[in-house]
Design a protein around this ligand. Structure first.
Ligand SMILES: NC(=O)c1ccc[n+]([C@@H]2O[C@H](COP(=O)([O-])OP(=O)(O)OC[C@H]3O[C@@H](n4cnc5c(N)ncnc54)[C@H](OP(=O)(O)O)[C@@H]3O)[C@@H](O)[C@H]2O)c1
Length: 315
């Protein structure tokens, strides 16, 4: 008997287990807190697991993250250190994130919010639009999601630069790497996109000092921010202050700290802010379950695990 356990207190674990049962019929599905005989559980899918739950499984072989980010798992400081953690790297999720990033870059670049306001005011005002090549999009985080978004933005005609820990070679994308090249990257960037993971190093990174280092050479004279990485990366008060002084032209935010964004947050009603409820890259649960089932089948054939999380780096 081999069992698969969902430890997802904030999600509907039973609905996920039904889908997983279709993708991996040879496994018995269990949903925390009804764990049954702990010895049978070989695989876990976790999201914000309570402490000591995953640690209590004596025969656990692999921990799966049901999302691309793993901060919701690594927050459990009682996780066993000898069990590999694997994250989802699924084309469906990647495509949806790139749709979001391209859409919001275009929305700001083509001044769609200004056009919406004009329509609401019944105003016919044919202001000038700029070519995409007049804007440089800077993508922070050139991993699975960042690379795909960067390539698609370059196809749209934007100039694209990217920043990551290690140097990348991506057609039509200028790569900057590490702390030493961070300021040079920011200085090129008219639209800053964050697709970084939440780690101690990226916490609070999007602050007033970063905003002041961004390019002012673009058509709007001030930069735009798009954060679809994690809310922990942004200092909300600094973003509001920079928008109010004009240091920042506009922002699209999909992620917040905390979530849901409290009603009292000034971000909700700020005229220069577009808010989405952390659904930039929602993915089809059936597609994620199929992905996990395929990875389990590979693992059971003795093939190496892919998309392993490096717990020391935090992503
Ligand atoms: N809003 C949503 O709906 C949503 C959905 C899915 C994911 N996400 C977020 O997107 C993040 C990225 O996902 P992914 O699959 O692209 O992750 P990934 O493949 O692990 O890529 C992470 C990228 O960030 C870079 N990076 C990490 N720490 C850095 C640092 N301190 N300095 C510079 N670069 C750093 C990495 O550099 P190296 O390449 O050099 O290692 C890598 O390029 C997730 O962690 C999650 O937070 C959001």
């Amino acid at each position: 008997m081999s069992a698969f356990l969902f430890v997802t207190p904030t999600w509907d674990g039973k609905a996920w287990a039904t889908k997983m049962a279709k993708a991996a019929p040879h496994l018995e599905m269990r949903v925390w807190p009804d764990m049954g005989k702990l010895e049978d559980i070989h695989y876990v899918a976790a999201w914000l697991p309570p402490p000591n739950v995953v640690a209590s499984l004596p025969n656990l072989k692999v921990i799966y993250s049901l999302g691309a980010g793993v901060d919701a798992i690594l927050g459990d400081k009682t996780l066993p250190t000898n069990v590999p953690i694997v994250r989802v790297n699924d084309d469906d999720l990647t495509n949806r994130m790139s749709e979001y990033i391209v859409m919001h870059c275009l929305m700001h670049h083509r001044q769609q919010r200004r056009l919406d306001q004009q329509q609401s005011d019944k105003q016919w005002n044919q202001f000038n639009q700029h070519a995409a090549s007049a804007m440089t999009v800077g993508v922070m985080g050139l991993g699975v999601l960042g690379q795909d978004a960067a390539k698609k933005l370059a196809m749209m005609g934007f100039r694209v630069v990217g920043w990551s820990r290690s140097k990348k070679s991506i057609p039509n994308v200028t790569s900057f790497a590490g702390k030493s090249e961070f300021d040079a990257f920011l200085g090129e960037t008219d639209i800053l996109v964050s697709l970084l993971p939440a780690t101690p190093e990226t916490d609070g990174l999007i602050n007033r000092s970063l905003i002041r280092k961004l390019s002012r050479k673009g058509p709007f004279g001030a930069p735009v921010l798009i954060n679809a990485g994690r809310g922990r990366q942004q200092v909300a008060e600094d973003i509001v202050a920079a928008l109010d002084t004009g240091e920042l032209h506009a922002a699209t935010l999909d992620v917040f700290k905390p979530e849901p964004l409290p009603i009292s947050s000034p971000l909700w009603s700020h005229p220069k802010v577009t808010i989405t409820p952390h659904n930039a890259a929602d993915s089809e649960p059936a597609a994620i379950c199929q992905y996990v089932a395929d990875e389990i089948a590979r693992f059971e054939r003795g093939e190496p695990l892919r998309n392993l999380v490096d717990t020391t780096r935090g992503y």
